[in-house]
Design a protein around this ligand. Structure first.
Ligand code: ADP
Length: 307
């Protein structure tokens, strides 16, 4: 059975309810969202684990309970008695969502202090999945520790999947960001970028440019997402294009990329041809954007996705 370890930060989410000043508490975060969709899509056919650091307080316990309940493995999650979870709050103003974050001191920022902890989490895994946000929350030293552990994982036959997820606000310097992203892509077998962000920070003129840049860095498969636009894919077969299905009523694009990655990887893990795996990713993302929120149970219930 395939074992996937997703590495990153899961935060407390406070989402506004109808009555002003009231919120519903949930848990979300880019790599966690992908883990959640992967667990739903793959069911008993794979084991999905999450690797992060959390506190020892009740809300951290609650997050671990949530992950367990969602069939995401928590056995290697680190506990820090002097820290707790990061949090974000969604504000709605005239129908527009904005996000405020409290994550500067989160426990997750310490996830890569020990290379041994990461090696233990990756032991016997087939796939490691992480993102540019995973890198952004770490100190330079810890980022290097993570890279070294991933390199060893790759050398021993593990497959590495990376979503650059560029978030300049989380970095002190855009050059640190672009350098770290390219270093991480250099270790990765599969890179899943979104063209819009890449164009801004790497100056790519087209999705083809983005695909070529990551392919030159060594990634065997690059799938360049582009919102509702055509995706460009680089693989052994060269460059190809894929039109995602059109969505007439987009409600909320939160987790579009994260769910795409999960749909795609679920197909890839099941051994589907690349085209089919990409179509599965786009189909899931197309459903997710028609609902509010990151984790959309209804989006995975269709028979052709649930498998
Ligand atoms: P991210 O969420 O990482 O910015 P994108 O916005 O590029 O990623 O979207 C990821 C995928 O989600 C796209 O490749 C597409 O399949 C789907 N998607 C996103 N926005 C739309 C949309 N407006 N209509 C249809 N599909 C969409």
């Amino acid at each position: 059975m395939t074992r996937i370890v997703c590495i990153g930060e899961c935060m407390v989410e406070m989402a506004p309810l109808e009555t002003p000043g009231t919120y519903r508490m949930g848990f979300a975060g880019d790599t966690l969202n992908t883990a959640w969709y992967l667990a739903k899509l793959l069911g008993d056919r794979a084991r999905v684990d999450y690797f992060t650091a959390v506190g020892t307080d009740p809300v951290s316990d609650q997050m671990l309970d949530f992950l367990t309940q969602e069939a995401i493995g928590t056995a290697n999650i680190l506990r820090r008695s002097d820290r707790t979870l990061g949090l974000y709050m969604i504000q709605l103003q005239n129908g527009e969502r904005s996000f405020s974050y409290w994550r500067g001191q989160s426990a997750a920022r310490t996830l890569a202090q020990s290379g041994q902890d990461i090696a233990t989490a990756l032991h016997d895994a087939d796939i490691a999945y992480f993102s540019g946000i995973t890198l952004a929350i770490l100190s330079q030293h810890d980022r290097e520790t993570l890279m070294t552990a991933l390199e060893a994982f790759s050398t021993s036959g593990g497959e590495i999947v990376f979503d650059p997820n560029l978030r300049p606000k989380l970095w002190t310097d855009p050059q640190d960001m672009t350098q770290a992203i390219m270093d991480a892509a250099g270790l990765s077998d599969i890179v899943l970028p979104s063209h819009e962000d890449e164009a801004t920070w790497f100056g790519d003129q087209s999705p083809e440019d983005t695909a070529r840049r990551y392919a030159q860095q060594g990634a065997g498969i690059v799938v360049v997402k582009n919102g509702p636009g055509e995706m460009v894919v680089h693989s052994d077969a060269g460059l190809s294009r894929h039109q995602p299905e059109q969505v007439s009523a987009v409600i909320d694009t939160t987790a579009a990329g994260d769910s795409f990655n999960a749909g795609f990887l679920a197909g890839y893990i099941a051994g589907e041809p690349l085209d089919q795996a990409i179509a599965a990713g786009a189909r899931l993302a197309a459903r997710v954007v028609t609902y509010r929120g990151a984790l959309v149970e209804e989006a995975v219930l269709g028979p052709e996705l649930a498998g």
